[in-house]
Design a protein. Sequence first.
Lengths: 150, 141
Amino acid sequence: MQVLIALLSGLVFGFGLLVSGMANPAKVLGFLDLAGDWDPSLALVMAGAIAIGLVAFTVARRRTVSLLGLDMKLPSATHIDRRLVGGSLLFGMGWGLVGICPGPALVALGTGQVKALVFVLAMLAGMGVFELLERRRSARALGAKAGSHV
Amino acid sequence: MTIDWNAFTPWAALAGGALIGLGAAIFVLLGGRIAGISGVLGGLLKPVRGDIAWRLAFLGGLIAAPVLLSGGQVQAHIDADWSALIVAGLLVGIGTRYGSGCTSGHGVCGLSRLSPRSLVATLSFMAAGFATVYVIRHLVA
């Protein structure tokens, strides 16, 4: 069931990216170029998405299981720290460089462009670097903890 | 700032945005999960049993979308050169994982949840995006 829901959701999300023009990097860059000929479309995409999202998440927040009885897994983190801001700044730099974020990258992959594949592989490599650094960090934390008991 | 009225597509943007919201709504209301694309993808690099199939299905849906939609709707041409794509991909990969989300998880779902954390993340990546395009198009070029 979870798989079918995920597939349907991914499809509708992908249609939305295409219909809205956000799968088109030129249009995203047109929004990010405040000092040039500015295309405000992305702001209305966010407005349309959040208008629906507000209703959905208001309902979701009050529930412990989904409408189909699956566990409701909403994020619990509320802290604002250097990781959040630093990571988001790095993401924004990459986004501004080519006008592609993760969703549109996967949609572009579906169009069969080799450039989309290169971007997705680089993105996966970046995520892999994060996993490696995290593993090293938790190993160090564990080591420090073990050391303090000696 | 001058608005490019020829490029501006308000109705398509609102309609497409509503579809994006609907995709996220289906995922949370039926599946109980956040449609955060970097998180769904990144989770595959730290696989947990029973947690892989739905991730692949969600990503598969995104990839299948342009295949199922008719030609004129599919505008996703990537113009950037190879080195920029690789650098950008690496930045997006590392950044979204450290920042715990991207335009979908923070921008759409997080703002819909009225999460201050997601608001800070969204303002941060938007600011960096604006600054990067400014530097590339107006200072370097």
